[in-house]
Write a protein that binds this ligand. Sequence first.
Ligand code: CO8
Length: 377
Amino acid sequence: MQASFPAVVISGTGLYRPPHVITNAELVAAFNAYADLQNAEHAAAIAAGERQPLTHSSVEFIEKASGIKQRYVIDKAGVLDPARMYPRFEPRPDEQLSLMAEIAVDAARKALAQAGKTGADVDAVLCSSANMQRAYPAMAVEIQQALGAGGYGFDMNVACSSATFALEQAVNAVRTGSARCVLVVNPEITSAHLEWRDRDCHFIFGDVCTALIVERADTATGADQWEVLGTQLVTQFSSNIRNNFGFMNRAEDRDPNDRDLTFYQEGRKVFKDVVPMAAAHIEGHLAKLGLEPTQMRRFWLHQANQGMNQFVIRKLVGGEAGSEIAPLILDEYANTASAGSIIAFHHHRADLAAGDTGVICSFGAGYSIGSVVVKKR
Ligand code: CO8
């Protein structure tokens, strides 16, 4: 006999958007100033053929290769300082809310307001992000306390798939009764893991935080409810997107500036791998639910690269990324790791009608792909 589970809905989303914008022109100017400084400092070694000069970046390349036009960041001055090239965050005392929890609480309050709930209604908090500010105590537990939530909280990391993987945990927790109302937050302070001094990737990421409320349909009172019809996750090991930063670095006598201690990738290989994997994953998931890609009103896809989404959506439905069927937000936000597909869902769902269906889908390091099929109630 098959167990019957209660219907589960996403009843609210929230977005924290940092106060500062860095345009591609500003980014490239800072990178080129940094490259000139480096080349001047190492002029003798370059002249002796012992070192390669750094080459300038270009706005045209960035827009053509990625579709990114700007990004939001929490600290702009540190990133654009050619003598620094990474953000500057003040350390906070243990008694003060940490930066990651602060942006998570901001996004969470907006999602709660949309769902017509307060922190006291929440009985599980999943803080799921590509990077955690500290090892412990869990960020989720700090966020739980700040919101006055009950139950339990834990952190998760599945890189750019952190949000969809957390959504599955949240849906299952509500379905099986271990929680009634779950807050999923994805604080992505990607500016701190990006190597802004590397021309190949300095344009990729932006900071943001998204939040989602997942609850039983019979407790939901918000005006905008999305029933979760199904979730499907897959992982397959690859080192093509990697960051070796970790708690053992000190014991390894590593230089904190070693290149592999921030984000690095084989971008071309990733691009080639993701398109067939993501399209097949979505198709397979929909088939299990007895649905066809062409029946979907919308695909809220991971936001890393315009061309990548173009290929995925053409393969699935013959449509265009950037159109109504697969909205793009990366021109404005850049790649915000796990938050990208959730930002797309946050900004681009109001025009759908009751009964309309769509797919939220992430693609990330791991590799990892997570899809969540939803239906407007
Ligand atoms: N300015 C000017 N020129 C540049 C610059 C720059 N900033 N950077 C590189 N170039 C030059 C290169 O030196 C190269 O020159 P040459 O041809 O003379 O050697 C030329 O431009 C082309 O360089 P690339 O081959 O590196 O450029 P690409 O066209 O591949 O574009 C991208 C680079 C945009 C990074 C692209 O590879 C990409 O987006 N790849 C997809 C991976 C991705 O999106 N990563 C983002 C982070 S990870 C993530 O979000 C998850 C992704 C999916 C995971 C998969 C799950 C299954």
